[in-house]
Design a binder for this molecule. Structure first.
Ligand SMILES: [Zn+2]
Length: 234
């Protein structure tokens, strides 16, 4: 679904849009599916739009992603000496969660409500995945099989990722199969990141992996040794 700019602008997102558009051209494209996404590409901000009940809020959400990029939020580079399977996907996944923790308070401050934070289809997809993950974890827990803390941390991160919803349904299930304090420590880490003014996520990334028991992995905002934060050194 492709919108014209005027139909996406409202009194809540107009100033944000003008701020972004004053720094680089904003190009609207049809996503071709039901997802809204935003990318910086060749000096332009590409926003891919989709059918939504509240397109103005979706537009604001994507503009905030772009705005955070322009203010310096980037996914850190990493050195993984733990040989974690799918590490590239896990880093990308965690960056998306951290990004949303920063976007959410700014989105609310514009005057939108929490339930407008995601396009209509997203919450049910999250539930489906959480159901699947919680059931698999419970199966392993009951059978006394080992559980990789990363396999626990990912659904917990998904559950805690804004907006707050469905928590009542999954929190006790995930806590039951987690080591004592694991859920609480992850939540404290994510809230600390959200409250802190920093846009350098290396420390939060390293702490996340440390909580999961992976020490020999480091993160760097500049992709160099100069500012690498190693989980085992925290
Ligand atoms: Zn988003």
């Amino acid at each position: 679904m492709l919108y014209d700019l005027q139909s996406l602008l409202d009194e809540r997102n107009r100033t944000l849009y003008e701020g972004v558009a004053s720094q680089l051209p904003v190009v609207l494209l049809d996503s071709g599916n039901d997802l809204w996404t935003a990318h910086l590409k060749n000096g332009t901000a590409e926003i891919h739009t989709a059918d939504a009940s509240w397109p103005g809020a979706c537009f604001a959400h994507e503009l905030l992603h772009i705005s955070l990029r322009l203010r310096g939020l980037t996914c850190p580079g990493y050195v993984d000496n733990e040989n974690i399977a799918d590490i590239k996907e896990i880093v990308g996944w965690l960056f998306n969660i951290l990004d949303h923790f920063k976007v959410y308070p700014e989105f609310l401050a514009l005057g939108y409500t929490g339930d407008q934070f995601l396009a209509d289809s997203d919450p049910s997809e999250v539930c489906e995945r959480l159901d699947h993950n919680a059931s698999e974890l419970e199966r392993r827990f009951i059978a006394d099989l080992p559980i990789d803390p990363l396999a626990l941390a990912m659904p917990i991160g998904m559950l805690l990722s804004p907006p707050p919803s469905q928590r009542w349904r999954y929190e006790s299930r995930l806590k039951r199969v987690s080591p004592p304090g694991f859920f609480e420590d992850l939540e404290a880490l994510l809230l600390e990141w959200q409250r802190s003014p920093t846009l350098n996520s290396s420390h939060t990334f390293a702490m996340f992996f440390k909580l999961c028991g992976y020490q020999r992995i480091g993160f760097s905002a500049t992709n160099t040794q100069a500012d690498i934060v190693v989980a085992g050194n925290l």
